[in-house]
Design a protein around this ligand. Structure first.
Ligand SMILES: Nc1ncnc2c1ncn2[C@@H]1O[C@H](COP(=O)(O)OP(=O)(O)OP(=O)(O)O)[C@@H](O)[C@H]1O
Length: 343
């Protein structure tokens, strides 16, 4: 488990302190994929570099499996860092070394025998699908292949944690997908904890279990990806969600012509229905509305997936006898749909 407690980082620029991080409190569970999303300059790189103490926090603790890294001696820290692999946006490979030697590098630093190095490097190259490229140099590989080398190198000493610093930002969308799939696969097979930073919501949606949104050096929103994604509270989170969802958080076009009306026993209202997980595939909503004789208009809708979880979201205009509409909403809620009356 990783605990960042009351972390703060100030840089000194022209004798003046610039606060890059403040009041950071995050707990990351063993084996989860945790994403941090934020705009440029929000403090993401500083945050991830504080986890392995490439940047030393000005204040606060970085506790990994009960050990506060900020209290360790240089030698102890060096040892602790063997449990923390890292990959980078621009791969940081050694251009004058072969792919084999790039992956072997951390093993040689850890003084492994030649036989151990050979066997481990071959195993890692196989894992990332680059066995045939062992003798090539980084310049002979594509961006995606270079990142695969980065991943193999980061995993060489079998770390417990993998830090990903904008690992897919330099890659095209297809290559991004394949690298994210590889990371998710490694996480599933080995149980390694992955922490990644990104400015792309698609990356979070694709592989993360939980997400924290960072703005101006502070975590402004955090939680399970599905929850943050479907109910973004902060404006900045809503902007990130809009990158991947065509769902309008402001009024949709059709809604502009709508005003909730009630005449006598009749009522008209707008509801937002959220389907998450298996219920996405069940015809609950239409069944209930039909049974209760509630008429509906679909104003807006989206369907997609978060990591392995399918989800859908619809905005509907409901009209009918008030008691029927109320009962339909209550029944849908009781059957596992998230129904919110929004207008
Ligand atoms: N070495 C440094 N010295 C001084 N200021 C720094 C240093 N590194 C970062 N900063 C400042 O700290 C703040 C956070 O920067 P950081 O690089 O962590 O943000 P980021 O979210 O990773 O941005 P980007 O996505 O553009 O890399 C910024 O105001 C930046 O100018």
């Amino acid at each position: 488990m990783i605990k960042l407690q009351n972390l703060r980082k100030d840089y000194v620029v022209n004798k003046k302190a610039v606060t890059a991080l403040k009041r950071i409190d995050i707990t990351i569970e063993q084996g989860e994929i945790f994403g941090v999303i934020g705009h440029s300059g929000a403090g993401k790189s500083t945050l991830i570099r504080c986890i392995n103490l490439l940047e030393r926090p000005t204040q606060g603790s970085v506790i990994i499996d009960g050990v506060d890294l900020t209290t360790l001696s240089k030698r102890e820290l060096q040892k602790a860092r063997q449990d923390i692999g890292m990959i980078f946006q621009h791969f940081n490979l050694i251009s004058s070394s072969t792919i084999f030697e790039n992956v072997a590098f951390p093993l040689r630093l850890a003084k492994k025998s030649k036989a151990e190095v050979d066997s481990r490097v071959n195993e890692l190259l196989k894992l990332v699908g680059l066995s045939e490229h062992a003798k090539k140099y980084p310049s002979q590989l594509s961006g995606g292949q270079k990142q695969r080398v980065g991943i193999a190198r980061a995993l060489a000493n079998d770390p417990k944690v993998l830090l990903c610093d904008e690992a897919t930002s330099a890659l095209d969308p297809m290559t991004t997908q394949s690298i994210l799939r590889l990371l998710a696969d490694i996480n599933r097979k080995t149980g390694i904890t992955i922490i990644l930073i990104t400015h792309e919501m698609q990356v979070i949606q694709e592989i993360c279990d939980r997400v924290a949104v960072i703005d101006n050096g502070e975590i402004v929103e955090a939680g399970k990806v599905a929850e943050v994604f479907l109910r973004p509270q902060q404006e900045i989170t809503q902007e990130f969600v809009a990158q991947v969802s065509r769902f309008e958080w402001s009024d949709g076009l059709l809604r502009q012509n709508f005003s909730s009306q009630a005449t006598g026993k009749e009522t008209r209202c707008i509801v937002r229905v959220t389907f998450l997980g298996e219920v996405t595939f069940q015809p609950i909503m239409f069944e209930v509305l039909q049974r209760e004789s509630v008429a509906f208009n679909i104003l807006h809708g989206t369907i997609s997936r978060m990591k392995d979880t399918p989800y859908g979201q619809l905005e509907l205009e409901l009209s009918g006898i008030r008691a029927d509409v109320d009962r339909a909403v209550a029944t849908m809620q009781a059957r596992g749909l998230d129904v919110e009356v929004i207008g």
